[in-house]
Design a protein around this ligand. Sequence first.
Ligand SMILES: Nc1ccn([C@@H]2O[C@H](COP(=O)(O)OP(=O)(O)OP(=O)(O)O)[C@@H](O)[C@H]2O)c(=O)n1
Ligand SMILES: C[C@](O)(CO)[C@H](O)COP(=O)(O)O
Length: 221
Amino acid sequence: MPPFATVSVLVPAAGQGTRLGRGPKAFVRVGGRTLLEWVLAAFAWADEVRVALPPGVPPPPAAANVRFVPGGAERQESVARLLEGAGGDVVLVHDAARPFVVPAVVDRLLAAVAGSGAAVPVVPLPDTLIEPEEGRYGPALDRSRYALVQTPQAFFREVLAEAHQLARAEGRTATDEAQLVRALGYPVELVPGDRRMFKVTFPEDLALAEALARVWEERPE
Ligand SMILES: Nc1ccn([C@@H]2O[C@H](COP(=O)(O)OP(=O)(O)OP(=O)(O)O)[C@@H](O)[C@H]2O)c(=O)n1
Ligand SMILES: C[C@](O)(CO)[C@H](O)COP(=O)(O)O
């Protein structure tokens, strides 16, 4: 990892995983580990890892660089709480719902954020993209104009803190941090992501995660 900065990792892990229907998502197990354990192992190198848990859930055992805070009702609020008291020149915000962190993507993000102050990974859309019309096939969009956004997302900590403060003051919400930083007028650089960093969202994603977990220890690249 680059010597230029201290790096904190903020992990929103307070979601209820309602679409999986198995209790708080961070504690769902794949490959013998919880999703949160996969993420903590991936960021063992970080100066500090801060995790937002569902309120009332006891913190699990974790390494000395890990701190737990009570999460909020929405993801954005969980990240805001993680930012309070966070250190680090650079912060990476990473969903607990994405257990597989590809080191080469983290390297790309840290290289990019050093120059730009904000960088996120994206992957192309593999399928035809349409706007359905009342359950029927609607107009197809030019998928080459779109990208899917992943985490980790990397920011200078002070930029992200300002973006969160402004969003709160203006009552704005967003589904990720990059939107809040962009709203400051700050350019957010894109780097190539990796489809293995998918978000475990639907029940069938668990089978994919189990399959990937079987090879991940031997070949994380
Ligand atoms: N109040 C919340 C809601 C979500 N998250 C986190 O934000 C990430 C993305 O959320 P998502 O994948 O939607 O998780 P859930 O909200 O748990 O899932 P669902 O939407 O199916 O309930 C997850 O790591 C989740 O733990 C959070 O920290 N605090
Ligand atoms: C942050 C995120 O994972 C980027 O794709 C996504 O926006 C989280 O969305 P969710 O609705 O909270 O799952």
